[in-house]
Design a binder for this molecule. Structure first.
Ligand SMILES: C[S@@+](CC[C@H](N)C(=O)[O-])C[C@H]1O[C@@H](n2cnc3c(N)ncnc32)[C@H](O)[C@@H]1O
Length: 397
C-alpha cells in the first residue's frame, strides 16, 4: 500500500521507525522521511486545504521565490544576520514596502524564510542556498522555462484530444513558448537560458546519491581494467554539459588512471571557462560517428531521456564502432521507472521531460528492448537505496 493511502496513525508510527534509521545515518532514510512526511500531510489535510495548498499556496511560493531571486532578497537576508524589517528589505530591493511585506510573510509561512520577532525576517539554510548561482539558476529555469509548459499542459492536451505527444518539435513546450524550435535549439536562441539550464544541470542532483559514491557503482573496476595501450581515454562523457560529472569523478577518485573527455554541442563547450586540467573538452554531435576510439567507457547521463527510441538507437549506433569489444563499456546513468511505488522525484522527472520534449523516462523492460535494438546487452544495473537514478552497464552484444 502506498503511504498516502494509510491513516495518519500508521504513517506516524512508520515515521518513528524511519526516524531511528535516519538517526543511524542509514542510506535512503532521509528520502523516506520526506516521502512519509508528505504522505502525512495528505492524510491529515482536508480537501479544501489540499486545493488551497496546491492551487494558491505553492504557486504563490514559486512566484515569490522567483521574485526574491530577481530582487536579491535572499542575499540581503544572508548579509544581515540580525535580520531585516520588510521596509529595510524593500529599500535594498528598491521596491514597495507593503508589497515586500506581503511576499516575505508568505515565504515565512511556507518555510523558505525565517521570522525572529515582529517584522524581523531572517535567513534560513534554504534561503541562503538560493543565493548560490547554481540554485538561483534552478529557480529561474524551473519558473521561466518549465513553468509555462506545466501551466499550459491541460489546454494543450485538450487541443490534441488527449493523444500522447512524442514529437520533440511539436509538444507542450512549443505550445507554451509559441515556438517551433525543439528545446535545446530554443535554449540556444534565448539567452541567458542556455547558461541557466547548464548551471542548473550541475545543481539539480547536488547532495543526492551519485554513481561515483561508495556502494553505488564499482568505479575502481574502470581503473583496474584500464589498458593505456588501447587508448589513453578512460571515460568519454557524451553530452556531458559543463563537465560536472567528470569533476566529481576525478575529485572522488583522484587515483583513477587515464584521460577524461567531455563532449557536447559547441554552444555548451564554448561556455566552459576552465576544466582546471581535469578533463579535455571537444565539440561533438552525438548523431555523428564517435571520434574517440577504444576508450574504457562511454558515459551518457540524462541524455537518452531527451530523445525518442529511434533517436536513441541512432545515438547508440554511433558509439558502437568506436568501442573495443570485451574492453569498452557503455554506461548509461538514467532513471528506471519501477513497476510500482515510483517516487515523486521519478514521476516528476518523467513529467519534466514530457513537457519540455514530449519524451519519457523508461522502465527496465523498455531499456532492455532499446539497447537490444541498438546492438547492446545489459551486463548489470546498479542502483542506490531511494536514489532515483541507476547506472546501466552494457556492452556490445
Ligand atoms: C539533460 S542534459 C544532461 C547533461 C549532463 N550529462 C548531466 O547529466 O548533467 C543533455 C545534454 O545533451 C546535450 N546535447 C543535446 N543534443 C546534443 C547533440 N546532438 N550532440 C551532443 N550533445 C547534445 C545538451 O547540450 C546537454 O548538455
Amino acid at each position: 500500500m502506498s503511504p498516502s493511502s494509510r491513516t495518519p496513525e500508521a504513517i506516524l508510527s512508520e515515521l518513528q521507525t524511519i526516524g531511528a534509521a535516519y538517526a543511524e545515518k542509514k542510506p535512503g532514510a532521509r528520502e523516506q522521511l520526506i516521502n512519509l512526511s508528505q504522505a502525512l500531510i495528505s492524510s491529515l489535510e482536508l480537501p479544501s486545504e489540499a486545493i488551497q495548498r496546491m492551487g494558491w499556496a505553492e504557486p504563490a511560493r514559486a512566484a515569490h521565490c522567483r521574485i526574491a531571486v530577481e530582487l536579491k532578497l535572499f542575499e540581503a537576508l544572508r548579509d544581515n544576520g540580525e535580520g531585516l524589517s520588510a521596509k529595510e528589505l524593500a529599500a535594498k530591493a528598491n521596491a514597495d514596502d507593503v508589497l515586500i511585506a506581503r511576499i516575505i510573510k508568505h515565504l515565512v509561512a511556507m518555510n523558505v524564510v525565517g521570522e525572529d520577532g515582529v517584522d524581523k525576517f531572517i535567513a534560513t539554510p534554504l534561503s541562503n542556498a538560493l543565493t548560490e548561482p547554481k540554485y538561483r539558476d534552478g529557480i529561474i529555469y524551473t519558473y521561466d522555462v518549465a513553468g509555462p509548459s506545466f501551466r499550459g499542459l491541460p489546454e494543450y492536451l485538450k487541443s490534441i484530444k488527449y493523444a500522447h505527444p512524442t514529437d520533440l518539435t511539436n509538444g507542450p513546450f512549443q505550445a507554451a513558448h509559441k515556438t517551433q524550435l525543439p528545446f535545446f535549439a530554443w535554449l540556444d536562441q534565448n539567452p541567458p537560458y542556455l547558461q541557466i539550464f547548464n548551471n542548473y544541470m550541475a545543481a539539480y542532483r547536488a547532495g543526492k546519491p551519485s554513481w561515483v559514491d561508495p556502494g553505488f557503482y564499482p568505479v575502481d573496476q574502470l581503473g583496474e581494467g584500464f589498458n593505456p595501450s588501447n587508448n589513453e581515454a578512460l571515460l568519454v562523457d557524451v553530452g556531458g554539459g559543463l563537465g560536472h560529472d567528470l569533476q566529481e569523478l576525478r575529485q572522488k577518485h583522484p587515483s583513477l588512471p587515464g584521460k577524461l573527455i567531455l563532449q557536447d554541442r559547441p554552444e555548451v563547450i564554448i561556455s566552459i571557462e576552465s576544466s582546471k586540467g581535469v578533463f579535455e573538452s571537444a565539440c561533438h554531435d552525438f548523431f555523428t560517428p564517435q571520434p574517440v576510439k577504444d576508450a574504457r567507457a562511454y558515459y551518457l547521463h540524462s541524455v537518452l531521456h531527451d530523445w525518442g527510441d529511434d533517436d536513441c538507437v541512432r545515438i547508440l549506433e554511433q558509439l558502437k564502432p568506436a568501442m573495443k569489444p570485451g574492453y569498452s563499456k557503455l554506461l548509461i546513468n538514467e532513471i528506471i521507472v519501477p513497476s510500482q511505488h515510483a517516487t515523486w522525484p521519478i514521476t516528476s522527472m518523467d513529467q519534466l521531460v514530457f513537457v519540455l520534449g514530449a519524451m519519457r523516462e523508461r522502465t527496465e523492460g523498455h531499456w532492455q528492448d532499446l539497447l537490444k535494438k541498438a546492438g547492446f546487452k545489459i551486463v548489470q544495473i546498479y542502483s542506490y537505496e531511494m536514489g532515483s537514478e541507476s547506472l546501466i552497464e552494457a556492452e556490445v552484444a
